[in-house]
Design a protein around this ligand. Structure first.
Ligand SMILES: C[S@@+](CC[C@H](N)C(=O)[O-])C[C@H]1O[C@@H](n2cnc3c(N)ncnc32)[C@H](O)[C@@H]1O
Ligand SMILES: O=C(O)C(=O)C[C@]1(C(=O)O)C=C[C@@H](O)C=C1
Length: 243
């Protein structure tokens, strides 16, 4: 996979439009997410490790908002020979086209159904693992509970949901500290003040982070028996919930 550098917000723009997972973003996404999300590579690797632990033969795995397929590839490497099917879903045509190329680059005996569609419209059944890796935050807040309920219903007992998200904090000094630490992470990865502020404006209307207590409450309200945060770096977190 060739990785192109993200310079999308490098030039000053008079009008910043809402962030979209369009062809431009898809073309640089690998670089963008690694330089923007602390711990991203560790999270992708750990999703593979969780697949090894939780994926049962003859079940299905869902990667919801799969983008370029990083989580799907990490899972697929771990579950050879288990006769499972991975259903990878994204509603960005540009992401799906590139994801298909990435999947084709490796051989595997695990079938992947790559679906270009809305994760709110797909059926979930016979699942041992569902992944929402930085996707739920892009759904309108009022649609999040319904999706979590559908995931819970589609998981087999003992199945696991991995939920990674940018998070916000009710405590103002903590919110300020962790947000500043994240901005320093972006600066250290070569983003300029202009890039940081233009991307922040672009994301403002489309990405609405929840607090950790809200995530936990939503998951337990929908029936998940076991919940833990397994990763946090600044205002980015990854959680597991087991049915
Ligand atoms: C931050 S990216 C996810 C990163 C990816 N999971 C990974 O691990 O590399 C969010 C993705 O969710 C997709 N997405 C957002 N809303 C969606 C929806 N309602 N249905 C399907 N895909 C959606 C976007 O197109 C985008 O590719
Ligand atoms: O909060 C930010 O500054 C981000 O860039 C975060 C984030 C994400 O969490 O998904 C937003 C959009 C891109 O998908 C990559 C990273």
């Amino acid at each position: 996979m060739t990785v192109s550098q993200d310079t999308i917000y490098a030039q000053a723009s008079e009008q910043i439009s809402d962030f979209q997972f369009d062809n431009r973003v898809a073309g640089v996404f690998s670089d963008m997410i690694r330089r923007s999300v602390p711990g991203y590579t560790q999270i992708i690797n750990t999703i593979g490790d969780l697949a090894d632990r939780f994926v049962i033969p003859n079940t299905q795995i869902y990667d919801l908002g799969c983008s370029l397929g990083a989580a799907t590839l990490s899972i697929r490497r771990q579950i050879q020979g288990r006769q499972c099917r991975i259903i990878a879903v994204d509603n960005s045509e540009s992401m799906v086209a590139r994801c298909q190329e990435n999947l084709n680059a490796y051989v595997s005996d695990t079938e992947v159904d790559l679906v270009c569609g809305d994760i709110r419209d797909i059926d979930i059944k016979n699942a041992s693992l569902v992944v929402l890796n930085f996707t739920l935050q892009f759904l309108p807040p009022e649609d999040r509970e319904t999706l979590i309920a559908k995931i819970y219903q589609g998981l087999n007992p003992g199945g696991i949901l991995v939920l990674s998200e940018k998070i916000r904090f009710e405590d103002a000094p903590i919110q300020k500290l962790l947000e500043e630490q994240h901005l320093d992470f972006k600066r250290a990865n070569g983003y300029s003040e202009l890039e940081i502020s233009q991307k922040r404006s672009a994301l403002e209307n489309v990405m609405k982070p929840d607090t950790l207590p809200l995530h936990q409450q939503r998951l337990t309200d929908q029936g998940f028996s076991h919940f833990s945060l397994w990763f946090q770096c600044f205002n980015f977190a990854s959680m597991v919930a087991i049915k």
